[in-house]
Design a protein around this ligand. Structure first.
Ligand SMILES: C[N+](C)(C)CCCC[C@H](N)C(=O)O
Ligand SMILES: O=C(O)CCC(=O)C(=O)O
Ligand SMILES: [Fe+2]
Length: 378
């Protein structure tokens, strides 16, 4: 139904049942609100700061009070507490806190994809429009939410022009690689990204407590050679396939904490987490942390755990390496790619010649902040 056409829910009755206020709405729904919750949500100016949207009373200072009197009309519930305090709640406010549905509002709804077919669905937005129009910004973030990928066109082939995009996506996330980075195959660092070797599907920063939210790539130059194509995979699609075909492997990878490491002179990052993170209440996929190269050497608590580790990781890897699941394309100067490093796996083919890739990371909290401000998610 059109949201504007919806009439706000109206209260038809409200009464005290034990320690809760039971409210029946005219649409037939009946919701029950515990007195401690109602007192905590009091919107009077002593209890709530309407400028900052923060609570103004410490949880230890909220009195353990009882409801003494209930008054209601169709649009508002008013309570008088046994310590004399008075609170009012709009019917529309109360109706949003239906326990069976409220969490659904903040659920993301990724559209799973397989292979190159997604190419025509992913947004391709001219950079000027992205930087200057709210509609173009909505298109960009919607594409990231739906497919985990977006492309920017007509970008000046410089790191500065790339940085303007990273800033508008939420701001540059600093890591041991710096803020904005630019790399070629000259081995500036001890990592295979800095070679011309092929890289199989992976997510970055499996060894960090906060893995990069987005990864942004701009191929600033590739001359005198071939290869160096970008390969993308929907890690959520791979995880869903794994769950359907090999539930025991999915269960292992979503509970076992696999350790990853990054070691070079002056740095030693290490972190353990499940390869597949699942929201335990909704069952939704939250994050893929998968990089077969950056795995630590681990000890196992039993032979069974050790064998399950190899079986389930290989099982997942087969979906990630399945050519049917790959979207392969060549990044060229002027075309900027941004993708969700919590979901989309990336790799590259081997290359020859002089290839320079620039870009940065953007923290997940920062790009979701933009998407929420644009009212694309709650
Ligand atoms: C070159 N760049 C800065 C983009 C990233 C390099 C990160 C490589 C690392 N193996 C990982 O997967 O996290
Ligand atoms: O060279 C590339 O295209 C990507 C390398 C890579 O995986 C990375 O920098 O994270
Ligand atoms: Fe990478």
């Amino acid at each position: 139904m059109d949201k504007l056409a919806e009439t706000p829910p109206l209260i038809s009755s409200a009464e005290l049942v034990d320690q809760a206020v039971a409210v029946v709405f005219e649409d037939g729904r009946s919701l029950s609100f515990e007195d401690c919750w109602l007192r905590d949500q009091c919107r009077c100016t002593t209890c709530y700061n309407h400028t900052t949207f923060q609570r103004a009373t410490h949880i230890l200072d909220i009195p353990d009070s009882k409801v003494a009197k209930i008054v209601f009309n169709p649009t508002q519930l008013s309570l008088t507490w046994n310590d004399g305090h008075e609170s009012s709640y709009a019917a529309e406010f109360l109706s949003e806190f239906d326990y069976s549905t409220w969490k659904n509002k903040s659920r993301l709804r990724p559209v799973l994809w397989r292979g190159a077919d997604v190419a025509c669905r992913v947004a391709r937005v001219p950079v000027d429009q992205f930087l200057n129009s709210v509609d173009a910004q909505k298109k960009v973030f919607q594409s990231l939410l739906d497919y985990g990928v977006v492309l920017f066109e007509r970008v000046e082939p410089t790191l500065d022009a790339t940085e303007a995009i990273c800033s508008a996506l939420g701001g540059v996330q600093h890591t041991l690689f710096g803020g904005m980075w630019r790399f070629s195959s000259g081995q500036q660092r001890a990592d295979t990204a800095y070679t011309s070797l092929p890289l199989a599907a992976h997510t970055d920063n499996t060894y960090c407590t906060e893995a990069a939210g987005l990864q942004i790539f701009h191929c600033l130059q590739h001359s005198g050679g071939t290869g160096g194509e970008t390969v993308l995979y929907d890690g959520f699609f791979a995880a869903s396939q794994l769950k359907a075909d090999h539930p025991e492997d999915f269960d292992f990878l979503s509970s076992f904490h696999l350790q990853a490491e990054y070691v070079e002179p002056g740095h030693h990052h290490a972190y353990s987490a499940p390869v597949i993170s699942v929201d335990e209440r909704t069952g939704d996929l939250k994050q893929i942390r998968y990089n077969v190269y950056d795995r630590s050497t681990m000890a196992f608590s039993s032979a069974e755990e050790c064998r399950s580790y190899y079986r389930s990781l290989r099982s997942f890897a087969r979906y990630c390496e399945d050519p049917k699941n790959q979207w392969i394309f060549k990044l060229t100067p002027g075309l900027v790619l941004a993708f969700d490093n919590f979901r989309v796996l990336h790799g590259r083919t081997a290359f020859t010649g002089e290839r320079v890739l620039g870009g940065s990371y953007v923290a997940r909290s920062d790009w979701l902040d933009r998407a929420r401000t644009l009212k694309l998610i709650e």
